[in-house]
Every structure is written in C-alpha cells, then in structure tokens.
Design a protein around this ligand. Structure first.
Ligand code: NAP
Ligand code: MG
Length: 493
C-alpha cells in the first residue's frame, strides 16, 4: 500500500512514482504536501528524477509499440477502462477523502462531482474505444479506387494536470487517451498528488499492462518540462495557466508535438430583465463561488439589466453571505479554502487593485480569521472594463458586476463579452430564446450556457477560443485529439 496515513491524517511515507507498473521511491527532493484547510503538512511526495521521467516515457513507448496495448484490441482496452470505472466507484470513500484532504473541497462535492463523475466520464470514453472508425472516400479523378481513412493513436501522451479539480481532470484526459489507444505519463500538480497515486493503484488492480499508465510527481518546471521536452512524447494534454500553456507551445515546436491546452478564462454572464431570477441568481452566485472560484470556466463578469440589477446583486450578496465556509470534512461546509497561501495572496491583491482603481466591495473582500487559506465570497460593484481585476483571471471567489440597459444592442453586449483575451465560456439568462441564441452566436467562447449552470460534461466538447486554449476535450473530438488521421489510397484500375 503506497498511501498509508496515521491517525493524525499524516502520510507515513513519501509518495512514490509509478514507472512501468512499479512504484519507485528513489527520487529527488521530497516535496511537501499540504492540507489547505488547516495550513498543515500532510507529508511528502518524492519528486521523480529526470532519469525516472525518461524511464516512464520509454516504458509508455514500449507498451504502445511492442507491448500488448496495441495488439490487445479495442474491446479489451474498453473492458479495462470499464473495470477501472467500477474500481473508482468501489473506492469512492477513499478517493473522496483523499481529494477533500488535499484540496479542502467539501466531501459531498468530491464524492459526486469528482469520483462518481470521473467513473461516468471513463465509461463514456470507454465507449469510444470501439467506435473510432475512419471513412471511405472517393477521389475526384477518373479511375477505380479504394480510399479510406483510419485513426491511429498519436503515441505517448503526457497528461499535465492542475490542482483545482485534480482527479476529475486527470481521469477525463486519461479516458480520452486510453480510448484512442495511447499510453500515458501523468504529471499531477505538485500541490495535489494524493488522488493520482490512488488512481495509479487502481490502474494496477484493474489489470492495465505495465507502462500503459505511468505517474511522475514533481515540480512543473523540472518534471513537467522534462516530459514536454522528451522526444518520445508525441502529445501533450495540458490544463493550467495561460503562461505555462504558452511556454509549452514554444517548447513543443522543436518536435511539432501535438498540443491540447485548457487554459484560463474571464467568462461573462448576462442576466436580462426577462430572465427567471429564481434560477438565474443562485446560478450567478455559484457560477463564481463554487470551488472557491478556482474554476477555469467561472462566471467572473456579471452583466445585469438595469431593471433587475439591484435585485440580482442583493440576491447574489445574500447567497455569498450565507455560504458556510470551513473544513471539507464538516458536512455543513459549502465552500472550502483556496489551495495555498500564495493563491490567497494573489486573490487579496486583485481585490486591493480593484479598490485602488475605484471599485467597491459589496460583500467579502477579505480572508477569514484562523488557520487555512479561506477567503470570503466577494461581490465587487462600481467595476469598469479597464480594471486589472476585470481583465485578468483571478481564480478566486471574486465577482465583478456591470449594468446594461435597453440602449445596448446585442452587438454592444457581445462587444463587452468579447473584450477579453479569453474566450472559454459565457452564460445567458433570458426567457426570450431568440435573443439568447442570437447573443450566443455573437460571443467568442468555446461554451455558451443558456438558462443553465452545468459543469463540463463528458459528451459535450469543452475548450477555449483565443488565449483560453487550443483544441477541445470531451466528446468524440476529445478522443480524436489523441489520434492521427491516416489516408490510404489504393488504385485498382
Ligand atoms: P500552472 O503552473 O500552469 O500548473 C498546471 C500544471 O502544469 C501543474 O502540474 C504544473 O506543475 C505544471 N507545470 C508548470 N510549469 C510547467 C512547465 N514549464 N512545463 C510543464 N508543466 C508545467 O498553474 P498554477 O501555477 O498552479 O496556477 C496559476 C494560475 O493558473 C491560477 O491562479 C489560475 O489562474 C490558472 N489555473 C488555471 C487552471 C484551469 O483549469 N484552466 C487550473 C489551475 C490554474 P506544478 O504543480 O509544479 O506547478
Ligand atoms: Mg505554476
């Protein structure tokens, strides 16, 4: 057992790396793993050496080319994925406990939104393993032909994961990669390695051949970069900051690696005066406060029609003030902490910059007293589009608010929405579906939600326009992003 805790919820031994089906604990420096709810050291993770990263990639390459993974057939690959999904469900208590300990997210959320949702996404992707077909095509010239396309796995995929929703993001990438027939090396965020290690144990128990799933722990700048630079890595699937995404694109240029990026956002939410406010107000609140704002698609810019502005802001403020903040292990808790002290400082700095530039706090705006990296859900008013807190991603529970009225055309509103380097998501609340759909057409965002607030779904493509990323995850497109398309053209006569 590689995950062993004492009664004080501390790890008995440093977390190891999974290389070619074996746990390796010989690595470099031990990295601290924290409980963000208590500002408390849980234990250490053993950073992989550059040699171990190389061994993991070589093992993944061998499992793909020479090993059983390519020859076992899609049905057998899918069966392993279904078995892993069952194991995720059977281990829901342990996985949710680990995720809550390491991220501070409420246990009810980690159970349903992380573990059970991960089992669902794995099953969804397992279904694609047996359905990735090419097509026959007819060349346009004279002659008799047999021409067709096939989808082949790209090769070894590096899955680089952030700390905000660790297990669900890892499993969503893993499912798509395995369905496509790739082998993988997973690099969890330094801050949140716990559920990745448990997932590694379950992959072994499910019976994945050695080398198909490898896990390397450590700092992004060292271990992540070594993966990005490794010549045998053909595909990089990254979720995280725009700055690191840009540096990955630069590094990948040498070998023209295939890159998928899920980056940040500054997503607008529009509430019209004909919206169902009973639903729109809680959705606007939870769209920014859920996961303490540490969500790439968080609705962080709220545009409200003047006729309902006061009512909506009062409603969102009252929800913000009623949300129970605390340890994720307390069943009454609705909001956990931010992931780290440095993340909390960053959020506090953004609020301070807004105040300096003329915004005011309607509620929150400060940390809570005591241990843990908690921050009160915050609503800002008198915000303007030129403020730093409005232009940049905060990744915390801070909402900027704006008023519009009937003098704004749909083009004017779309111009406000699109006045951002980001283009990840947008939401529209109106009972006039013609208006809502017309605004959806005008918005540069990868996902537009109309009269709903739902988390990303395995069947629905998800990704960003502009600086919010490259490519799409989820859906058939998410699996195809781990394939190369080959055309075979035979001339018969
Ligand atoms: P980050 O540095 O981009 O981290 C994401 C992942 O990339 C982590 O596993 C990280 O390792 C790794 N990484 C870092 N540098 C790398 C490199 N040169 N090559 C390969 N991998 C590398 O994000 P962060 O610093 O944790 O968070 C900073 C900000 O990013 C947040 O405040 C937020 O704005 C944004 N963010 C967005 C998302 C999202 O879902 N779109 C998620 C998380 C953060 P380490 O663990 O060592 O950093
Ligand atoms: Mg970083």
């Amino acid at each position: 057992m590689v995950l062993d805790f004492n009664a004080a919820r501390e790890l008995k031994a440093p977390l190891p790396n999974l290389v070619n089906g074996k746990w390796m604990a010989s690595g470099d420096a031990a990295l601290p793993v924290m409980d963000p709810s208590g500002d408390r050291l849980i234990g250490y993770a053993q950073s992989a050496t550059v040699g171990e990263v190389d061994a993991a990639v070589v093992a993944a390459d061998a499992a793909l080319r020479a090993g059983p993974w390519r020859t076992m057939g899609a049905a057998a690959r899918a069966r392993l994925m279904f078995r892993l999904a069952d194991l995720l469900e059977q281990n829901v208590d342990t996985l949710a406990w680990l995720e809550t300990l390491n991220t501070g997210r409420p246990l009810a959320v980690t159970r349903a939104g992380d573990v059970m949702a991960s089992a669902d996404s794995l099953r969804y992707n397992a279904g694609w393993a047996t359905k990735l077909n090419g097509e026959t095509r007819a060349p346009t010239g004279p002659g008799e032909w047999h021409a067709y396309t096939v989808r082949e796995p790209i090769g070894v995929a590096a899955l680089i994961v952030p700390w905000n929703v660790p297990l669900a993001i890892t499993v969503s990438k893993l499912g798509a990669a395995l369905a496509a027939g790739c082998t993988v090396v997973i690099k969890p965020a330094e801050l949140t390695p716990l559920t990745a290690i448990k997932l590694g144990e379950l992959c072994i128990e499910a019976g994945f051949p050695p080398g198909v799933v490898n896990i390397v722990l450590g700092a992004g700048a060292v271990v992540g970069q070594a993966l990005v630079d490794h010549p045998l890595v053909s595909k990089i699937s990254f979720t995280g900051s725009t700055a690191v995404g840009r540096s990955i694109v630069r590094s990948s240029a040498e070998h023209f690696k295939r890159v998928s990026l899920e980056l940040g956002g500054k997503s607008p939410v529009f509430i019209f005066d004909d919206a169902d406010l009973e639903r729109a107000i809680p959705a606007a609140a939870m769209g920014i406060f859920v996961n303490t704002g540490q969500v790439c698609a968080a609705g962080s810019r709220l545009y409200v029609h003047g006729k309902v502005f006061d009512k909506v802001i009062e409603g969102v403020v009252s929800i913000a003030q009623s949300l129970r903040i605390g340890s994720g292990f307390d069943p009454a808790t609705q909001l956990g902490p931010l992931i780290s002290q440095s993340q909390r400082t960053r959020v506090q700095d953004y609020v301070a910059s807004g105040l300096r530039e003329g915004a005011s706090v309607a509620c929150g705006g400060e940390a809570t007293a005591g241990a843990g990296y908690f921050f009160k859900p915050t609503v800002m008013i008198d915000t303007r589009m030129d403020m730093r807190m409005v232009r940049e991603e905060i990744f915390g529970p801070v909402l900027s608010t704006f008023r519009f009225d009937d003098s704004h055309s749909l083009d004017d509103l779309a111009a406000l929405a699109n006045d951002s380097v980001y283009g990840l998501a947008a939401a529209v609340w109106s009972d006039n579906l013609r208006k809502a759909l017309a605004l959806a057409n005008r918005v540069t965002a990868g996902t537009v939600q109309i009269n709903t607030l739902v988390p990303p779904n395995p069947a629905i493509p998800f990704g960003g326009f502009k600086h919010s990323g490259l490519g799409r995850e989820n859906g058939r497109e998410g699996v195809e992003a781990f394939t190369e398309l080959k055309s075979v053209v035979a001339q018969l006569h």
